[in-house]
Design a binder for this molecule. Structure first.
Ligand code: GLU
Length: 441
């Protein structure tokens, strides 16, 4: 069996970190098993779907390195849904219903008043041909429901949640098609999963009850169902489903300098028993991926953890990987010198500015004699070996200063900052001329 997963976003907005995580897991499973990862654009809702979001989703996946092996879109598959719809209708598994939204609301309220769950009462099934004809003669167009089979519980062995069992009698027959002929999510998704040969459906646990309904649809269509893995949802650091997570996506990550590999390394591991590690290479993430490592508790997404992981990944990136994003002129030596200090690749520009100048140096007037001595020493020490060592040794001998009083005024005058890369690597890059001029100005 060739494994095939699909990521099925609705193009009604940009991907957020929760969807990205699902896409990543679909991709990881496909890569691990030598299978295929498909993108399915769930655009049956013409009113809410927008082409810019379709393009945005593709671009985001591309940036994340989760490039699909193929793509389908539901709006191109209506003929298929129509054919299956007719079959299921002929088989008595789909029936027309005529209640208005208001009538359904009222039924729910009455049920609630009696302490009953809000399950559709199947009144439409009791209509006679004459009743239906009368309604249609009045211009009432039906919407369509899938008739659940109440005979046996719906069971499956979820790859994350374990054995699942739901009683179909506790669920309403789902509306699958609106009166205007448009499709709701439920049936097209099951048809596509079947027709596309999807072997593993990975999605959030908010879809568990949909899975129960769709399992009956697969059975009604005579298809073996895919395996299901329902992931515990993602929560923010505050511990609840935060609004912020819904707006965090690739645009934000790019803006703040997060590497796609950092997003992958974090989202592959949170909510699992495996440690979050700064794995820049996908091979290790792919190899360790398995549904059995996922927990049932919500996965906690922490922006600070992502930033920390990002820094660790940036420290590993070699020059060739980042050169296109560095300021012109910055070479491998400079990159290697500054990268242990970077939180993002873009921060390299700041240190390139420090190397090249001009810098806004900060100096304390109490240090002016000391810095004048430093400028004189810089003109005489050898620059080909370790000028930082030579400079500080000479100044220590001359002024008796040591520790912070020796190093900090030099760092400030030479870089304009209190902290930064090791001066031993930075000073040769600043070079003798610039050093002398910064120490003496
Ligand atoms: N378009 C659906 C969603 O975004 C897909 C769910 C699924 O994976 O089946 O919720």
């Amino acid at each position: 069996m060739t494994i095939r997963t699909r990521f099925a976003p609705s193009p009604t907005g940009m991907l957020h970190v929760g969807n990205i995580r699902t896409a990543l897991h679909c991709w990881l499973w496909a890569r691990k098993t030598g299978g295929a990862f498909w993108l399915r654009i769930d655009d049956t809702d013409a009113a809410r779907s927008e082409e810019r979001f379709v393009e945005g989703i593709r671009a985001d996946l591309n940036w994340l390195g989760l490039v699909p092996d193929g793509e389908e879109r539901q709006s191109a598959r209506f003929a298929l849904y129509e054919a299956r719809f007719q079959q299921l209708r002929d088989a008595g598994r789909i029936y027309p219903a005529y209640e208005t939204g208001q009538e359904l609301d009222l039924k729910r309220k009455i049920a609630a008043g009696r302490g009953l769950p809000p399950i559709y009462d199947r009144a439409a099934l009791a209509l006679s041909d004459a009743d239906r004809a009368a309604l249609e003669a009045d211009g009432v167009r039906p919407h369509w429901r899938f008739k659940l089979d109440h005979a046996a519980p719906i069971v499956w062995d979820d790859l994350i949640r374990g054995p699942q069992k739901l009683d179909p009698a506790t669920m309403s027959d789902p509306v699958i098609r609106r009166a205007d002929g448009s499709w709701l999510y439920m049936l097209p998704s099951a048809i596509d999963d079947m027709e596309m040969g999807i072997t593993h459906v990975v999605r959030g646990e908010d879809h568990v009850s949909n899975t129960a309904l769709q399992l009956q649809m697969f059975a009604a269509m005579g298809a073996a169902p895919p395996a299901f893995a329902h992931e515990a949802l993602l929560v923010g650091t505050e511990g609840k489903l935060s609004k912020r997570l819904g707006s965090l996506g690739v645009a934000h990550f790019r803006e703040i300098g997060i590497e796609p590999t950092a997003v992958r390394a974090l989202l592959a591991r949170i909510g699992t028993s495996l440690p979050v590690e700064p794995l820049a290479e996908s091979a290790a993430l792919i190899e360790s991926f398995d549904f059995s490592v996922f927990g049932r508790a919500p996965a906690r997404f922490d922006e600070a953890e992502l930033a920390g992981l990002n820094a660790k990944i940036v420290h590993q990136l070699d020059f060739d990987t980042v050169v296109a994003r560095l300021p012109g002129g910055m070479g491998a030596v400079e990159w290697d010198a500054v990268r242990p200090n970077l939180a993002t690749v873009a921060d390299a520009a700041e240190w390139w500015g420090v190397i090249e100048g001009p810098i806004a140096a900060t100096r304390d007037s109490a240090d002016s004699d000391f810095l004048a001595a430093a400028a004189r020493a810089a003109a005489t020490i050898p620059w080909d070996g370790d000028p930082w060592h030579a400079l500080t040794a000479a100044l220590k001998a001359e002024t008796g200063r040591s520790g912070k009083t020796l190093f900090l005024p030099l760092r400030r005058a030479l870089t304009g900052r209190d902290h930064g890369p090791d001066m031993k690597t930075l000073l040769p890059l600043i070079g003798q001329d610039r050093a002398i001029s910064r120490l003496s100005s």
